[in-house]
Design a protein around this ligand. Structure first.
Ligand SMILES: Cc1cc2nc3c(=O)[nH]c(=O)nc-3n(C[C@H](O)[C@H](O)[C@H](O)COP(=O)(O)OP(=O)(O)OC[C@H]3O[C@@H](n4cnc5c(N)ncnc54)[C@H](O)[C@@H]3O)c2cc1C
Length: 398
């Protein structure tokens, strides 16, 4: 494995860095304090959308895609560099659901008409997507979906309920899993649909976090019509498309880079802040705990490099258990760092919206929201199951 970038890749890294360094100076104060703030606070959301337009104008939203859909056919490593730099600057403008989850699925599994209709608007930063998968009775056990899609001429009629729909209230379109054949069991009999969120019959109800932010929603479908041409793949074979969505690149480099930046800012705070006569940064216990986080972040970054390297050399299948491992490593590290941060801040770590809140209250917010990262997109337990079955060759446990 070669860690060095070519001169062209280094130049690209510099260009990305210069853009985000400048752009993020305009970010609202809450931006970067939590995912909840980025999606939930109106000014943050507007900033997110405006930055997407700027990234699109540079052709950076869809660099690895084929040119006919708005991409530049850039290499995986170039995309990795972009994600690395964006993560470090807590960058705005990238629709995770449209760009990281849906677009690769469409590139592999959609027909030409669907690709031409849906990919270019994502590349232009115009359309924002949401994921309509989880149901009250179907989370880890995704195959137990009950939302129904019944064929009626050129449409399907959807009835049922989704839950934990992140940003559903902001999104223009959603990608949905629904049961088209109730006779078939489990993962068979599901279909994958693209759904205009303004379709009649959709009701979106907020689920507020315990710290009051609005990230999640319940989404109800009452006789919602979806044209047949919006079904991706064959009827009853939506599971295949959903597994593509779940298994695409997940080096998690942006999260490790985000943590690197968070650590730098926290170290700065510890240098400047006194407890008694000495700074927090002089306290031996504080220092050792920060050192451990720094070690973990660097190990995580190296692991991310090895994943992108495996993907370049061996394709997606080889990288799937590594990607699951990176997800566990990165999200559990966020949780560890947040808890250590709260410990170090002591009682100030419990102060949220107040002049007394250190670092805009990000540790107080993070304490309440960080466990969610270990659940979103598949829990740590499910990721560990995948590592066992796909990576270690152990028998499947489900
Ligand atoms: C921040 C966040 C954002 C999310 N965004 C979205 C979104 O945008 N769209 C969407 O559709 N969903 C979203 N979700 C939902 C998410 O996909 C589910 O929460 C997740 O898949 C777990 O499902 P569940 O909550 O029903 O828990 P359950 O599946 O009921 O699991 C409960 C517990 O049992 C464990 N468990 C279950 N099965 C096994 C097993 N086979 N082996 C070992 N342990 C097991 C789980 O790990 C967990 O600890 C989001 C969740 C979070 C927290």
């Amino acid at each position: 494995m070669d860690f060095r970038y070519t001169p062209e890749e280094k130049a690209l890294e510099k260009e990305f860095d210069a853009f985000f360094r400048e752009e993020m100076k305009n970010a609202p104060p809450e931006w970067g304090t939590s995912l909840e703030a980025m999606i939930g606070v109106d000014e943050c959301w507007e900033f997110h959308k405006a930055t997407a337009k700027k990234l699109a104008a540079k052709g950076w939203l869809a660099r690895p895609w084929p040119r006919e859909y708005g991409g530049e056919e850039a290499s995986l490593i170039e995309q990795f560099i972009f994600n690395d730099v964006m993560g470090y600057h807590k960058g705005a403008g990238v629709d995770h659901w449209g760009i990281a989850l849906l677009a690769p699925t469409l590139l592999v599994g959609a027909n030409e008409e669907q690709k031409m209709e849906h990919l270019p608007p994502i590349a232009r930063g115009e359309i924002w997507w949401t994921q309509l998968w989880s149901e009250p009775g179907a989370g880890s056990d995704l195959a137990s979906h009950t939302t129904r899609a019944v064929r009626d001429g050129d449409d399907y009629i959807i009835n049922g309920q989704k839950v934990w729909t992140t940003g559903g209230h902001r999104a223009d379109w959603g990608f949905l899993l629904a049961r088209t054949d109730p006779e078939q069991r489990r993962s068979r009999g599901l279909s994958f649909f693209l759904l205009d969120m303004k379709s009649p019959g959709i009701t979106i109800k907020p689920i507020l976090h315990m710290e009051k932010s609005h990230l999640f929603n319940e989404v109800f479908f009452d006789d919602v019509r979806v044209p047949v041409r919006n079904r991706v793949g064959e009827e009853n074979e939506g599971w295949v498309a959903s597994q593509m969505t779940a298994n695409f690149e997940r080096s998690m480099i942006e999260l490790f880079s985000f943590l690197r930046r968070e650590l730098e800012e926290f170290i700065e705070y510890c240098r400047e802040t006194k407890r008694g006569d000495t700074s927090l940064a002089s306290n031996a216990l504080v220092r050792h705990r920060l050192a451990q986080i720094a070690i973990d972040i660097e190990a995580g970054r190296a692991f991310s490099y090895s994943i992108v390297w495996s993907q370049i050399k061996g394709g997606l299948i080889m990288a799937a258990p590594l990607a699951a491992a990176a997800k566990v490593l990165a999200t559990e590290l966020v949780q560890r760092f947040t808890y250590i941060g709260c410990d170090i801040l002591g009682q100030y770590g419990q102060v949220g919206e107040s002049g007394w809140a250190p670092l805009m209250g990000r540790f107080e917010k993070g304490y309440q929201t960080c466990p969610g990262l270990c659940m979103a997109g598949g829990t740590s337990e499910i990721m560990r199951n995948l590592i066992c079955s796909l990576g270690l060759g152990l028998p499947r446990s489900w």
